[in-house]
Write a protein that binds this ligand. Structure first.
Ligand SMILES: [Zn+2]
Length: 316
């Protein structure tokens, strides 16, 4: 009698536990399949990974929304997030100089740490680095702003996905291929649109972020900050030079960057009477932009609109 009661209670417990588990599974979309957890340091990597993983991955952006990325360092909480991930994506040592410490910190099979800048030739950018002590290795880390590099980054991220989760290889490969095509279209749109501009000089009131982009589309590029990060103040000599160039080239617009107060760009605009247009380096996005669902490609399309206006490009 006692044993029968015990068996009944055990049975009820097991039945209840099963119900709870099946409810949980339903609440996560009805699938028991575990998602691949991917943590990405910067917005472009985050967006590339989202496009490769689609519904099979949960991609997390490490940078808090709106934070200026060059001066960012991971908090303890951020390091924990990396520990819990299957894959951690970063851009390169020039962009994330803290990666060396993280590598020491994270030892073991997880996460798979992927250097998305692998195999991409970085340039030194500009000749004059005066007053620029904060550059990391004097290499331009903004590799994603050359879309042929972005394609290589997508390949490297795909490789990481396949290594971490070989069972979904086909799906990741298909997604990556479709996304690569979109990057190629974007590149064509840029080269087509920017071929017909009256002005071929891009004057930027921000840090030296668009060297790769300017080079790819044969534009001359001058930035107020000589550094690869917005941390060293521009020298008066630089500003005078920029104002002179702007006037000489009869440019009606200059560009300013995202996420920081464009004080320098505003000063130049006031001095010259030029208008201001945003040129988004897409390092990171704001909370509002994230909520609106901006993508790397949508930011780049907006940039192209502004470049066409600022450089007086003809046709479409
Ligand atoms: Zn930058």
């Amino acid at each position: 009698m006692h044993k029968a009661a015990q068996a009944l209670i055990l049975f009820i417990c097991i039945a209840l536990a099963c119900t709870v588990i099946s409810c949980r599974q339903k609440s996560t979309g009805g699938s028991a399949e575990k998602k691949l957890i991917v943590v990405a340091s910067l917005f472009p990597l985050y967006d590339f990974a989202r496009n490769i993983g689609k519904e099979k991955a949960e991609v997390v952006l490490l940078l808090p929304p709106g934070v200026e990325p060059h001066s960012y360092e991971p908090s303890t909480g951020d390091i924990l997030k990396m520990h819990e991930a299957d894959i951690f994506l970063f851009t390169g040592e020039a962009m994330e100089p803290w990666i060396g410490d993280i590598r020491k910190e994270i030892r073991g099979e997880k996460p798979l740490i992927v250097d998305t800048g692998r195999g991409i030739r970085m340039t030194g950018g500009h000749a004059d680095s005066e007053g620029d002590d904060h550059d990391h290795g004097r290499q331009d880390p903004h590799i994603w702003l050359d879309f042929s590099n972005a394609e290589k980054m997508v390949d490297t991220i795909l490789d990481g996905f396949v290594r971490a989760d070989p069972s979904n290889k086909e799906s990741y490969m298909q997604n990556a291929e479709a996304y690569t095509q979109r990057l190629q279209e974007l590149d064509k749109q840029y080269s087509g649109s920017l071929a017909s501009c009256k002005k071929r000089i891009l004057i930027h009131g921000g840090h030296f972020a668009f060297g790769y982009l300017a080079r790819r589309y044969n534009l001359q590029y001058l930035s107020a900050y000589q550094g690869f990060a917005p941390n060293a103040e521009p020298t008066p000599r630089n500003l005078i030079e920029l104002v002179k160039k702007l006037r000489e080239s009869k440019l009606q617009y200059l560009f300013y960057e995202e996420l920081i107060v464009p004080r320098v760009a505003e000063t130049i605009a006031q001095e010259t009477g030029a208008g201001l247009l945003k040129l988004n380096g897409a390092h990171n996005v704001t909370k509002e932009e994230l909520a609106q669902g901006v993508t790397f490609i949508s930011l780049m399309e907006q940039n192209l609109e502004n470049l066409r206006k600022g450089l007086e490009c003809q046709g479409r």
